[in-house]
Design a protein around this ligand. Structure first.
Ligand code: COA
Length: 403
């Protein structure tokens, strides 16, 4: 697995102050502390490519059979984001590449599809990339739940982190709880309704997981949920416990089963397709000793709506495959934005009339969107680009950027 989060964030204390909302509402009401902000030269492609680099460390790119790119921050109606990434990370011309969409759960559909491909031909390696920018209207209830980031993971017959169980329970229904028409930069959301549909879908998916031969609630050590905000994980777990016959789940039991999976998401915000897998990585990086050999359940929810409940067993040697210090560094080295710089980055718009533009150098990651010319997005590796540190100190309009 690999993760990436942009090198800039807004502390929600700053947002709370400016919007005149008690910070406690964001911190304990929603369970969010900070949110990642993408600079003008980053998007779903650059973030996904950065996460894929980590996931592929020590693995020859030529051995990847297929790359599936899950996103709801697509940059083109026709060409898949996976194609840009295919070149950036040096995959083979024989590697198939495409994009998937179903709100936040297309990454899980990619995972399930990848497992079928691997079952068919066990020598196949499939790379799944989930990358998104979560953006809501300024000053709307969704604003403090924004975020951005990417997760990439490899699916193979020789898993090193998690062996998936065969039972999967899913539920699909056509509803309007969250959507983003093609002409909008920000999502439309009926937040309270969305929470109700999420919990309804969780209940239905769990029942079908049980029916398909899934593990009893008591035999599952940890639970990871899709997290539009981290308190959704606690709400979901309390609701699932009730359905599974544990009416009075002790707060300690709830914390133990869910908390380690919330740590990264509290500081990065919503990452849509990557959110559940960021939670899984957070669990793997933070769970106390004893997780090895344990069972983890995962609930994926995509508005609109579709959900899937499934589980897996953590490999005994999983710790050797991860680098938690690197992930913590990604967060600790980020630059804290002023509210003005947050607005500048949010409001930065790429031209849509075919004119040429070079984006300001801002990213601290390995790839960047260098600009647009003749309606074509131009990506480059920052190893060959000369990063101008000035942009890190001053906002896009020359205002102070960092706190
Ligand atoms: N101190 C502590 N907690 C506080 C508080 C304060 N001063 N003020 C409010 N809260 C709590 C509320 O009690 C509530 O907690 P609860 O849900 O446990 O009851 C929580 O903070 C949220 O406040 P509330 O006023 O109910 O909601 P809101 O209007 O701010 O909207 C969301 C919250 C989640 C609906 C909104 O942020 C949203 O729409 N987010 C996007 C959701 C999304 O992306 N869904 C789609 C994908 S699943």
């Amino acid at each position: 697995m690999g993760m990436y989060a942009p090198g800039y964030y807004l502390d929600l204390k700053t947002l709370a102050e400016v919007r005149g909302i008690p910070f406690e509402k964001f911190r304990s009401g929603l369970g969010q502390q900070e949110m990642a902000v993408t600079p003008p030269d980053e998007d779903a492609v650059t973030m996904g490519a950065a996460a894929a680099l980590e996931a592929l460390e020590g693995i020859p790119p030529a051995s990847i059979d297929t790359i599936m790119f899950a996103t709801e921050s697509g940059i083109d109606q026709s060409k898949a984001a996976a194609l840009y990434l295919h070149r950036l990370i040096g995959l083979s011309p024989t590697c198939k590449a495409f994009e998937l969409k179903q709100a936040c759960c297309s990454s899980t559909m990619a995972l399930l599809m990848a497992t079928s491909l691997v079952k068919d031909s066990p020598d196949r390696r499939v790379l799944v990339v989930a990358s998104d920018v979560a953006r809501y209207d300024t000053a709307s209830p969704g604003e403090p739940t924004q975020g951005a980031g990417a997760i990439a993971f490899l699916v193979s017959a020789d898993p090193r982190l998690l062996v998936l169980d065969t039972a999967v329970g899913s539920h699909t229904e056509d509803v309007m709880d969250f959507w983003r028409p093609n002409y909008r930069e920000t999502a439309c959301v009926d937040g309270k309704y969305s929470i109700r549909v999420y919990l309804h879908t969780l209940g239905k998916s769990w029942k079908r997981y049980e029916k398909a031969g899934g593990y009893p609630f008591e035999d599952i050590n940890y639970f990871c949920y899709h997290l539009p905000f981290t308190n959704m994980g606690s709400k979901a777990h309390a609701s699932l416990a009730k359905i599974a016959g544990h009416d009075h789940l002790a707060p300690r039991a709830l914390r133990r089963a869910v908390l380690p999976g919330l740590i990264y998401n509290r500081r990065i915000g919503n990452t849509y397709t990557a959110s559940l897998y960021l939670s899984l990585l957070s669990l793997l990086d933070h769970a106390p000793p004893g997780l090895a050999g344990g069972r983890v359940a995962l609930f994926s929810y995509g508005s609109g709506s579709m959900g899937a409940f499934f589980s897996g067993r953590v490999m005994p040697s999983y710790r050797r495959q991860l680098d938690p210090r690197r992930h913590k560094r990604i967060l600790s080295r980020r630059i804290q934005l002023t509210i003005e710089a947050y607005h500048d980055m949010r409001d930065y718009a790429l031209p849509c009339d075919g004119s040429t533009i070079k984006t300001p150098r801002c990213t601290t990651g390995p790839f960047r969107l260098a600009g647009i010319a003749e309606h074509k997005r131009i990506y480059e590796s920052t190893a060959t680009a000369n990063v101008t540190p000035d942009v890190l100190r001053h906002g896009l309009s020359g205002r102070v950027c960092a706190v």
